[in-house]
Design a protein around this ligand. Structure first.
Ligand code: ADP
Length: 393
């Protein structure tokens, strides 16, 4: 074999080897490429799944928030809102893309959106949604800006504060009432003391008369403070009822006996018509307080030379009902619901003249409700008034 053939043979073998190597390399590259492609699409799918899960979770959080949240764009159109926002602001249908005024028909909210767009900063304001029953919302609004720092829209978070506002109003009203109630007898006492010091003390007749007036107003102050302390204890749950099976007729008689001299001053007859042997679970001291307030009122506001009768029975449902009836001028229909409110009086001058605090019936209601019972009043002008309360079986 000559050298030429050997070389040719070598190159042929090399060419075959190279060709096979190239084929293998191509196959390898193709396999790796398809593996890579499947890995990429798997990773893409996983990212997509993660993203959907994230969006789903964000939606769930967004919709389970108690606070109402609204996101608006640059022009004040709604980009998104959560479930609480829909119900709090009474959104009807699909409101996405609508302006705030179109979606909620509330200029107060549209005003906040315009304000945050103008000021481009965080706002914390309270808005009152006018209506038959006004509602109060606290709004935190944050301006959003794009990468270029230019205003891009806003996020508004709403908290319903109507209940808080009502409580605050009640508290303020209560404080104003208490101050007024304390100031009136105090300034009267001060006035009489000054007149005595200015010389009236030298006239024994005037002196005695003035001292009696001072005593009356000092008593009124003491009753008021006592009632206020009791109400505050009842409100804060500090009064724990000592419930015992109590026979009611003797309890009623006890209070009637205590009030006998007061009734005699107005020549009012006191009658106990409550049947014997009727028992109910009650705290005897608190029950006496309820009976005292109702019978005392019946004497004070009833007819001079009239009659106050206490009666009652066990009802078919097992509850015990007690009533206190007078034959006085009665309570006008529109005032009947209100007499249980703190400081409400039908006739302010008469109540004050009688040393009333305006808290007696609210104490009655509180104590009876704490027993699990109910209170109501039935009255007809010119014919008299009957207060009823029940005690559970
Ligand atoms: P007060 O200390 O003024 O008596 P109450 O809470 O006991 O306060 O009563 C509230 C108001 O209800 C009284 O001021 C009075 O106007 C009215 N009232 C209560 N009981 C009677 C009654 N038996 N007849 C008529 N009016 C009554």
């Amino acid at each position: 074999m000559n050298l030429g053939w050997i070389i040719a043979g070598f190159f042929a073998a090399l060419a075959v080897w190279l060709w096979r190597g190239r084929r293998r390399l191509q196959r390898f590259i193709a396999e790796e490429h398809s593996k890579l492609q499947s890995d990429v699409s798997k990773a893409r799918q996983e990212t997509e799944d993660d993203r959907s899960e994230l969006v789903r979770r964000q939606d769930a959080i967004f919709n389970s928030m108690i606070e109402a949240v609204i996101v608006v764009d640059l022009d004040g159109h709604i980009v998104s809102l959560n479930r609480a926002a829909r119900s709090m602001l009474n959104a009807q249908g699909d409101v996405l893309g609508q302006s705030v005024i179109e979606a909620f028909r509330r200029h107060e909210i549209s005003d906040v959106v315009q304000q945050v767009a103008r000021q481009k900063q965080v706002l914390d304001v309270e808005v009152c949604l006018a209506g038959i029953e006004p509602r109060y919302l606290r709004v935190n609004a944050v301006a959003l800006s794009g990468g270029d720092g230019i205003y891009d829209g806003a996020v508004l978070v709403f908290h319903e504060v109507t209940r808080l506002k009502q409580l605050e109003n009640t508290r303020q009203e209560f404080v104003a009432n208490v101050s007024h109630e304390l100031r009136t007898p105090l300034s009267l006492i001060k006035g009489y003391v000054e007149t005595l010091l200015d010389g009236a003390k030298d006239n024994p007749e005037v002196q005695t008369k003035f001292l009696h007036v001072i005593e009356k107003h000092a008593d009124r102050l003491a009753y008021l403070i006592e009632d206020l302390l009791l109400l505050s204890k009842l409100d804060s749950g500090q009064v724990v009822l000592n419930l015992q099976t109590t026979e009611l007729r003797p309890e009623i008689q006890h209070v009637l006996d205590d009030l006998q001299s007061k009734a005699a001053e107005r020549r009012v007859k006191l009658l106990n018509e409550f049947p014997a042997d009727v028992e109910a679970p009650a705290d005897a001291d608190r029950l006496q307080q309820v009976l005292f307030n109702l019978i005392d009122n019946a004497i004070k506001y009833g007819r001079t030379e009239g009659a106050v009768v206490v009666g009652g029975s066990r009802r078919p449902d097992g509850k015990v009902e007690v009533w206190v009836r007078d034959d006085g001028p009665g309570i006008p229909p529109d005032a009947q619901e209100r007499v249980f409110e703190r400081f409400y009086r039908v006739d302010k001058a008469r109540s004050r003249e009688q040393g009333g605090t305006g808290l007696g019936l609210s104490i009655v209601k509180h104590i009876i409700q704490a027993h699990g019972g109910e209170v109501r009043v039935d009255s007809e002008l010119g014919k008299g008034t009957t207060f009823f309360f029940t005690l559970p079986a």
